[in-house]
Design a protein around this ligand. Sequence first.
Ligand code: EPU
Length: 313
Amino acid sequence: MTWQKELSRIVKGNIRFNEPISRHTTWGAGGSVEVLVEPKDLSDLIRAIKFSHKNNLPLFVIGAGSNLLVSDRGVAGIVLKLSGLDFKNIKFNNNYVSVGSGLSLNRLVNLTQAKGLSGCEFLAGIPGTLGGALAMNAGIRNAFLPSCQYLSISNLVSSIKVLDSKGRLKALKREGVKFGYRSSNLSKFIIISARLKLRKGNKKDIAALIKKFVSYKRNIQDLKTRSAGCVFKNPTNTSKNGNLTAGKLIDACGLKGLRLGKAEVSRIHANFILNRGGARAEDIFKLICIVQKRVKQKFGVVLEPEVKIIGKF
Ligand code: EPU
């Protein structure tokens, strides 16, 4: 029996073979994944992880696929998507909220607002799941503060439950996790849930703050066309000028509107690469390389992709 057949016998949730990843990423580009598993619940997930470990199969988890560029050649092994209800739990306990990693950030923002809990407002409009947001330490550059400081999800974390590559459950305290700007050391784990510490607030004030963050994005970013949001991290080696963002640098190179096939540098926010309809991952990747090269030539700054690039290019 092939490993694919064996896996389909032990998994209770959805299992799909040669599944186009374009159906699971916001860019809507890329090839097929050998096997996509949507486990039914935690024990189903543990079975799939143990199976991949035993059979030495590559395994990775996707959330909302909003920061992912997967090669047109596709990827081998198992891709997990924690879309089952069991992974979308939310439980409130005073100022704390325990959230399943599959819950979308927008749901989290709305549900905490409804309970009069403040702290999640800045996550409004980020098209991710809690798990993806934790792994990437998602956040924003707060344009409403004079120092434009970054607000990141790590600031809310009290503890995180994960599974290791052998399917063993671990509880990590905030202090045991390394978070950086758009990074963490959580990618070696499968994130199950997190406990976030919020504070009591006024529902109307929370709603107003959510609106402020969302309308800022609507004004400055292209949210109507498929993309992965910001492609590059903001450079940290330009601390002399904390306002020198990747978007500004790309813009100053005159790259807005640059197009390869159906992939295009946004004319609205230069740190976005849009899929104008049927873009190939290869075109997006080449555009990323061109942008990096031009910014390096003009400013001597090496832009590091924020998006995760998977497979061979
Ligand atoms: N700007 C330009 N030209 C452009 C784009 C931006 O001059 O083409 C200028 C803007 O006018 C603004 C400044 O650059 O003065 C900064 O732009 P913005 O406020 O959009 O901030 P950013 O650093 O580009 C960051 C996050 C975004 C997040 C916004 C919200 C990173 C890499 N990006 O963008 O996150 O939505 O703050 O404030 O940290 C994402 O991660 O996918 C993402 C979109």
